[in-house]
Design a protein. Structure first.
Length: 334
């Protein structure tokens, strides 16, 4: 049982020495629990936050523990009457070959016959797809004809947000890093306008957004924060809704600066609404069914970036911060 441990809290950008891959015996299922063989591991920006000893919506990963992760796998041994060996499951586990699931631990059965790959439960019909779906539609509530702006637009969540906004009849602007991602925003995901944020100052970026949205932006789906968010704040329409989903530009920063031009929120009478997908778990079936239907109808394209092997866990994870990932980043270990 290979396990990818957090052995030191990263200071800023994680380095390989913060982690250790160890070999341990395959665990036995505890009374009322089970052991899951992980096949696909979700690599998420959120994991970076869980590595810090800071107040959050979940306790930090303890030093010496395997790095917490959402995984898709197969029940290896079960002493839980609701699951049998061989069942495919989704759960909050860790980057390791085998995970012990305690009684009451978060695990749900998944039907892999309805998807082309079990990894879809980590992307399209998993937390990523549902973040895009509920964050945009429940919080952002775009109306047909409005302008929606998405940051981190070429990523897993962002690319789905933009496409769902288009399905709802909005005009969609995406901000992403680099010419290739910007080309993909328009060609692959159907965004109306793509803006490359790399190497640009706040005022340069703000001017490009103003040119793309002369009447302002009605809904912002914010994944990035920092300079990008500040440039967007100058371009809000009156009573704009900002869905605050992520602040990835700050995750490796020692200091969190937030929005330095917060004043723009007053000027525009805008609303910033913090969003956590955890608040929607009881509506996953509803959201998953709608997302699956759009995919079936060819209206929604969901890309995955599948990296191979637990010994690649560190470089694979770092793709999120270099921007190397093209689609939902997943580590396949079986
Ligand atoms: P992505 O697939 O979007 O991958 C991360 C992307 O972030 C990279 O590809 C890169 O794209 C961009 N990025 C990395 N560093 C920076 C930086 N310093 N400045 C600007 N952009 C950067 O990941 P996800 O779709 O999984 O997550 C996207 C966001 O959604 C994250 O902020 C995450 O925390 C958040 N999230 C929040 C949830 C919630 O419940 N609130 C649930 C799930 C995700 P580029 O090349 O364009 O720079």
């Amino acid at each position: 049982n290979r396990r990818f441990l957090l052995v030191r809290r990263p200071a800023g950008t994680p380095v390989e020495q913060d982690f250790q891959l160890v070999e341990t015996p395959v665990p036995a299922a505890p009374e009322g629990g089970m052991v899951v063989r992980n096949h696909f591991i979700s690599l998420d920006p959120a994991q970076r936050g869980w590595m810090d000893d800071a107040p959050s919506y979940m306790p930090p990963i303890a030093l010496g523990d395997a790095v917490r992760a959402t995984t898709v796998g197969v029940v290896h041994e079960s002493r839980n009457p609701d699951f049998a060996a061989g069942d495919w499951v989704l759960g909050l586990n860790a980057i390791e070959d085998f995970s012990v699931v305690l009684p009451g631990g978060f695990t749900s059965a998944i039907d892999i016959s309805v998807v082309d790959s079990p990894s879809r439960y980590l992307s399209a019909v998993g937390a990523v797809g549902l973040t895009a779906y509920f964050g945009l539609l429940e919080v952002g509530q775009p109306q047909a004809g409005e302008t929606v702006l998405v940051t981190g637009a070429a990523g897993a969540v962002g690319s789905m947000v933009g496409q769902i906004a288009k399905i709802k009849g909005a005009r969609v602007i995406g901000i992403a890093g680099g010419a290739d991602k910007c080309r993909r925003l328009v060609q692959d995901y159907g965004f109306d306008v793509a803006i490359d944020y790399k190497g640009k100052t706040e005022s340069e970026l703000s001017a490009e957004i103003a040119a793309a949205a002369p009447d302002g932006v009605h809904v912002v789906f914010e994944n990035v924060g920092g300079t990008v968010m500040e440039a967007v704040a100058h371009n809000l329409a009156q009573r704009a809704r900002v869905v605050l989903c992520g602040l990835i530009s700050e995750y490796n920063a020692g200091e969190r600066v937030g929005l330095r031009n917060l004043w723009q929120i007053i000027v525009k009478q805008a609303t910033i609404h913090g969003f956590l997908i955890a608040g929607y778990v009881n509506r996953f079936a509803e959201g998953g069914a709608q997302v699956a239907q759009w995919i079936g109808e060819g209206k929604l394209r969901v890309d995955e970036d599948i990296q191979q092997g637990i010994d690649n866990a560190f470089p694979a994870f770092m793709r999120l911060f270099s921007g190397a990932n093209t689609g939902k980043l997943v580590l396949q270990i079986a």
